[in-house]
Design a protein around this ligand. Structure first.
Ligand SMILES: Nc1ncnc2c1ncn2[C@@H]1O[C@H](COP(=O)(O)OP(=O)(O)OP(=O)(O)O)[C@@H](O)[C@H]1O
Ligand SMILES: [Ca+2]
Length: 893
């Protein structure tokens, strides 16, 4: 018999498990050793060796190796060995950079690995999905992705979307009690839930029947092997640019070779020089360094509680111009405490802090009231506790909340009045439930008391509940919900919400005992309104500053909330989101507008209140049509489309569902708005750092090519020999460029306007900087060469050594200039320790090559005399300081 044909008892037996306490730790470990981990087999990975070899597949490197081989055969052993050594070192550098990039991407993947809630040794715990085994008892609810194939034990309005398996995107309802007889299609197995599908509604428990490759998903897994890693826009642009640069570098190199030949240089000499030059000038390492910079940035973001799930988001973050953020939990602390209560025209306050169930109720005086006399208040508190899933659990001797904070507040307010849920549940049995969702904005239970009387109890947004209540309880009497009674209730809501309180109303109605199976629609109408509980949810302290910083950075903050207009308004004011010239729009108004109409007014709105998740997509579209780059937060299943549509989809790490997380590009580990701001700042910085080393590397290459080209045009000997060119390329490109990638942001990163996503690599004067600095580096190197060579033409080796030192030093000074968009002097040049160390070690290597006797024949160098250092230092400072702070530099700002 198959699992879907058995009843629950039979399944329990077949799997040799216990549905009330789950598996033991021992047993689960044993089962892992039998069934293996619950994961799908991965595609093949590139081996380290292949990755290493792939560093040498570059065409010019192959040509260089061939040319070196020839020179080796011709007897130039030292040159040949040195060149090969440098090529291998270069390959190692590339290998490590790519490895690092790959590793950090892998680490990212693991961070966002799915989890599953299982029952082990009678305790519910969250474990990595990987560790689930057949027989495990699991629970799941709306927004979860199912982690294994599961036979449902209990279900509650459960609906699951199985498009990952069946392609059918309409959710199907699932029911534990439906036995499926023959062998139906996957889509018809009502009592099974499959790995990879997602819960769109309701909740349930179940037991794992298959894991890993044995699941239905596993059987088709090879069809959907790993999605390819996405390239960021910048990486794509750089790849295109790379092709152009290669062509240009090759053409210039060819020009150098041809002119050199025309000027009477030997063929062999020119070919080797040309090939070395080509290898040095082609920025083949650029893509890898960019990936490393991106992933280093990603790691930094993780330290700041932001996980980037899609690499391109790192870049897009820097372009964000609007952040649409949830209020509850993101801008506020999500620590709710009921402070005010209202029923039938009376208002009470209650004291106490946090989730400690201690406090008193007051009317007008300072004396606590006698609760027994306030029947409506009692009823409201009791119902708030019954229609409630949250729980207080003690952890480290403190009471902490397990569940939804809104419900926690209601639980605690009832406890302050002396109610105890266990005792209540002995008196009242919960026979049915309609779970909360953000569109209905309410939740209901059907309960039965000891005498068999049945009621519907509903709690939810007061304005919505007033709408579905036909009567209201006033002084123990039921009155029609209209006229003055209704107006007074609405006024009470406004009054509480105006105090920045979040409001939840409670209502009920008796139902006849026969009508057990009501639909949601039947249950949630003609209710008797009892009253309202108002709770504080203090803003997170850091949000106000974050909002201000965003404003200075040209980024607009928009609050989007399901909460009441007045509550949203009050909190938005406290946080500085709502200003004089911005407005609040509510869900009703929003529903009536088309995207085009919304577009016209959207710039003026900074708070959207009483919205449903479905509205978020419209808001994203409207801002995007206005040319904005939009970050949008979300947590629930219904938020996923908006998260996907946004330029940067942001999901909550704590409150977020699997579905929201999977749709997102960025996950906030702490659900904090301020974290979005830090991520944007980091995103801007990473992009600037990439610009810095692109600028540095290309200027260096331009310098290297030009010095050779000019020398050939002037009919001079080669100012640098091949091995020197390769060495410059290795030493100056390696460490200093990486160090630039780790640079701290310039002070004003968050005071600039967001960058346009269309901006090219050379925007904002970068192209000019590359060419002008490169040109000057070439000129001063040539000048240094000439200064020696003209006086002593016989000392060619010495002149080359001086040119070599000038070229290296000019680049090592120029690298400091690259740290700033303005000028080298606009920030402390030694502010980046990595860079200082990179430059010091590169300089030390240069000194070694020049002064260490065993290296001199290898690099064709001679020790430089002290007085010539004056010349070298003076010349190499020129490219950086000549243009630093001049009008040319400023103009490009
Ligand atoms: N567990 C619940 N049971 C009943 N009603 C609830 C519950 N949670 C929230 N509500 C009501 O539904 C309204 C909408 O809730 P929703 O979760 O959509 O947004 P929110 O939490 O208020 O704000 P945000 O969208 O900023 O997270 C709330 O203002 C509240 O009145
Ligand atoms: Ca919400």
């Amino acid at each position: 018999m198959k699992f879907h044909e058995m009843n629950v008892k039979q399944v329990e037996k077949a799997l040799n498990t216990d549905f009330s306490s789950g598996l033991t730790m021992e047993e689960s470990a044993r089962r892992i050793s039998i069934h293996g981990y619950n994961e799908l087999a991965e595609g093949e990975k590139q081996s380290a060796l292949l990755l290493f070899l792939s560093q040498f597949k570059d065409f010019m490197v192959l040509v260089l190796l061939a040319a070196t081989l020839v020179s080796g055969l011709l007897g130039e052993y030292i040159d040949a060995i040195a060149i090969i050594a440098i090529v291998i070192l270069n390959g190692c550098l590339g290998f490590f950079q790519e490895r690092k990039a790959e590793k950090s991407l892998q680490a990212l993947k693991e961070l966002s690995a799915p989890q599953i809630i299982v029952l082990r040794e009678a305790k519910w715990m969250k474990i990595p999905s990987k560790e689930a085994v057949p027989g495990d008892v699991v629970k799941f609810s709306s927004g979860d992705r199912i982690g294994a194939d599961i036979r449902i034990i209990e279900s509650n309005s459960l609906e699951i979307e199985e498009s990952a398996l069946t392609g059918e995107s309409v959710p199907v309802s699932k029911d534990a009690d439906v036995l499926v007889a023959e062998s139906p299609g996957l889509g018809d197995m009502e009592n099974l839930a499959f790995m990879g599908t997602m819960v769109t509604r309701g909740s349930g428990t179940g037991t794992v029947v298959a894991t890993g490759m044995k699941t239905a998903m596993g059987q088709i897994a090879d069809l959907l092997q790993n999605a390819e890693a996405a390239e960021t826009p910048l990486q794509r642009r750089l790849a295109q640019l790379g092709k152009i640069l290669i062509t240009v570098a090759l053409m210039l190199t060819l020009l150098v070779v041809i002119i050199g030949l025309l000027q009477g240089h030997g063929l062999y000499e020119m070919v080797l020089a040309g090939v070395s030059l080509a290898v040095a000038a082609i920025p083949e390492g650029l893509p890898a360094i960019v990936t490393v910079a991106l992933s280093l940035g990603v790691q930094k973001m993780i330290k700041n509680n932001a996980i980037v799930r899609k690499l391109p988001a790192v870049e897009t973050l820097g372009c964000a111009s609007v952040i649409c953020s949830d209020k509850t939990g993101t801008m506020t602390q999500n620590k709710m405490t009921v402070t005010h209560l209202w029923s039938g025209g009376k208002t009470w306050t209650v004291d106490g802090t946090g989730y400690q169930p201690k406090g008193n109720f007051y009317a007008d005086s300072r004396e606590p009231i006698n609760l027994r006399k306030e029947k409506a208040l009692q009823q409201m508190l009791m119902f708030g506790m019954l229609c409630n899933h949250s729980e207080l659990v003690s952890k480290d001797r403190e009471l902490v909340l397990d569940g939804d904070p809104t419900e926690g507040a209601l639980l605690v307010s009832a406890m302050k009045a002396g109610y105890d849920r266990k005792k209540l549940l002995e008196e009242y049995e919960i026979i049915n439930e309609f779970p909360f969702d953000s569109t209905r904005k309410m939740m209901s239970v059907a309960i039965r008391d000891k005498h068999g009387k049945q009621f519907i109890v509903t709690k939810g947004a007061p304005d919505v509940l007033i709408g579905v209540s036909s009567t209201i309880l006033v002084n123990g009497k039921v009155q029609a919900m209209k006229g003055e009674a209704k107006a007074e209730a609405l006024k009470a809501v406004d009054n509480l919400a105006g105090k920045a309180l979040r409001t939840i109303a409670v209502a009920y109605k008796p139902i006849s005992s026969g009508s057990l199976i009501l639909t949601e629609r039947e249950a949630e109408k003609d209710l008797i309104f009892i009253g309202i509980q108002g709770m504080i949810d203090p803003p997170r302290p850091e949000v106000k500053d974050a909002v201000r910083e965003c404003r200075e950075a040209g980024i607009k903050t928009v609050m989007i909330t399901g909460d009441h207009v007045a509550t949203a308004k009050a909190i938005a004011k406290q946080l500085g989101i709502l200003e004089k010239n911005s407005t609040v729009m509510d869900g009703n108004k929003l529903s009536g507008l088309s995207v085009e109409e919304l577009e016209k007014v959207v710039e003026g709105v900074s708070v959207f209140a009483r919205v449903s998740p479905e509205h978020k997509l419209k808001i994203v579209k409207a801002y995007q049509n206005r040319g904005h780059v939009v970050a949008m937060t979300g947590d629930g299943v219904n938020d996923a489309p908006a998260i996907k549509a946004a330029d940067i989809g942001v999901a909550m790490g704590i409150a977020g569902t699997d579905v929201a997380k999977e749709a997102s590009a960025l996950v906030l580990l702490d659900d904090n708005f301020a974290t979005i701001k830090s991520a944007i700042k980091e995103g801007r910085n990473i992009y600037e750092n990439i610009r810095k080393f692109v600028r540095y590397l290309l200027a260096s290459n331009v310098g290297e090519i030009l010095v050779m080209l000019f020398a050939m045009i002037l009919g001079l000997p080669l100012p640098l020999v091949p091995i020197q060119i390769l060495w410059v390329n290795l030493v100056t490109d390696g460490l200093p460029a990486m160090a630039l990638g780790l640079d701290k942001p310039e002070e004003n990163v968050m005071r600039r306007k967001p960058r346009s996503p269309k901006e090219g690599v050379f925007a904002r004067g970068l192209g000019w900087k590359v060419i002008s600095r490169g040109f000057l580096i070439g000129i001063v190197t040539l000048a240094a060469f000439l200064a020696i060579y003209y006086r002593h033409p016989q000392e060619l080796h010495y002149a080359r050594t001086v040119a070599f030192a000038t070229l290296v030093l000019a680049q090592l000074i120029h690298v400091f200039d690259c740290r700033s968009e303005i000028s080298v002097l606009s920030r402390n040049p030694f502010g980046n320790q990595y860079l200082v160390w990179a430059v010091v070690s590169s300089a030390a290597l240069m000194v070694a090559v020049i002064y260490y006797p065993p290296l001199q024949p290898v690099f064709h160098t001679l020790p430089i005399k002290a007085r010539d250092w004056m010349l070298i230092v003076g010349l190499s400072a020129i490219p950086t300081f000549l243009l630093a702070g001049t009008f040319l530099a400023r103009k490009t700002k």
